[in-house]
Ligand binder design. Structure first.
Ligand SMILES: *Cc1c(COP(=O)(O)O)cnc(C)c1O
Length: 377
């Protein structure tokens, strides 16, 4: 993947590193591509992927709604000018006081996946629409969300039926197939389970109206990904297969797909070294690492394209690491990264496709390093 001209020009100005620069035109383009692929779906951008105000403003103008995980994220979404009815409180783990604070701001759409959370919603959000998240396998995702979120469909059935008698509105079902999902067919099994839940609830006299198909849409890193259109087609087919002509209101919650490829990190090489005279791999230490925003390099799960401006020089395998005094701060040791043999301290590298999950993962001052700056252009 290449940089846009806007980003190329910005990088040429050589600001102090590290920082991420995000091209808002690419964000807008990603929004349109998703809208084209799933025209029937309401788009709720997952604010946690990158909450820069310029990004939220851009998406709000395009008609996006927002998926939030905390009262702070709700306030960020509100600052973009959207009404509270375009905000979902999608975290299944909320303090009751935060539910009340969201409710006071006008938010009326809440996620839950347990009896205790439903109880909190019943206390602090009377009359709100609630949706129950079901477990998925996460298979095929580079960043699976594991078993932390969602409950077994049989439990979801009981909870949704119970919700009706607890002063909240049982509105629908949600799931997340896992982040950076490279298999467009991954939605099918979850849609089938959701359709089963819709039928079961209807049999019990509870009419559900909304299916939230979560995020998981990928951005391109080092490897090619299926087109947005193939995700749209697979989702459309799954809905037709399992809901027939009674497809409910649909929501998607993209994070990575919306902003990932819109950002590039500018970083400086701090040190190039070898551990012995015969060491075949150089260690390249950057001024950004796991604690500066590259947390998704954990287990080398997300492999960003890394590019040197030193064109034409011979390349050789490297181990890439961050600048902190923490041994966990190694980015890539097993993955095959090659950089020019004449790379030296002071050279810059571009870490591409870093618009998602970087600023939000950066520590405030671990080892005294500043949090990752974000320029939106
Ligand atoms: C993180 C998150 C998303 C966004 O996931 P992506 O894989 O980045 O699209 C969507 N919904 C919920 C509930 C999330 O927690």
């Amino acid at each position: 993947m290449t940089n846009s001209k806007k980003i190329r020009d910005f990088l040429a100005e050589r600001r102090p590193t590290p920082y991420v620069v995000v091209d808002l035109d690419i964000v807008a383009d990603n929004y349109r591509k998703l809208k084209d692929a799933v025209p029937q779906a309401g788009i709720y951008y997952a604010v946690k992927a990158n909450p820069a105000p310029e990004i939220l403003d851009t998406l709000a103008k395009l008609g996006s709604s927002f998926d939030t995980a905390s009262v702070n994220e709700i306030d960020m979404a509100l600052r973009s000018g959207v009404a509270a009815d375009r905000i979902s409180f999608g975290n299944t783990i909320k303090k009751q006081s935060d539910i009340a604070a969201a409710y006071a701001r006008g938010v009326r759409l809440f996620a839950f996946d347990s009896e205790a959370e439903l109880e909190k919603l019943s206390q602090a959000a009377p009359g709100a629409k609630v949706f129950c998240r079901i477990l998925t396998s996460g298979e095929g995702a580079d960043w699976p969300l594991s078993r932390k979120f969602g409950c077994d469909p049989a439990m979801a059935r009981e909870l949704l039926i119970a919700a009706a008698s607890k002063g909240v509105v049982p509105h629908g079902v949600s799931f997340h197939v896992g982040s950076q999902m490279k298999d467009p067919n991954a939605w099918d099994a979850a849609v089938a389970q959701a359709a089963w839940l819709f039928r079961e609830c209807e049999d019990a006299g509870v009419q559900l109206n909304m299916l939230n198909m979560g995020g998981g849409f990928p951005t391109k890193y080092r490897k090619d990904i299926p087109t947005m259109g193939s995700y749209g087609a697979a989702i459309h087919a799954a809905l037709a297969r399992h809901f027939g002509n009674r497809v409910p209101e649909i929501i998607v919650e993209p994070g990575r797909q919306m902003v990932g490829n819109a950002g590039t990190i500018d970083t400086e090489v701090v040190l190039v070294s070898r551990k012995s005279k015969t060491d075949t791999k150089r260690w390249v230490f950057l001024d950004i690492g796991k604690f500066g925003g590259l947390a998704e390099t954990m287990d080398e799960a997300i492999q960003y394209p890394i590019v040197s401006a030193k064109k034409g020089s011979k390349v050789e395998r490297v181990i890439l690491a961050g600048p902190t005094c923490d041994s966990a701060d190694v980015l890539y040791e097993k993955a095959d990264y090659r950089l020019p043999i004449d790379l030296v301290a002071g050279d810059r590298l571009e870490i591409r496709a870093t618009g998602a999950y970087t600023t939000t993962y950066s520590a405030v001052a671990f080892n005294g390093f500043e949090p990752l700056k974000c320029y939106c252009i």
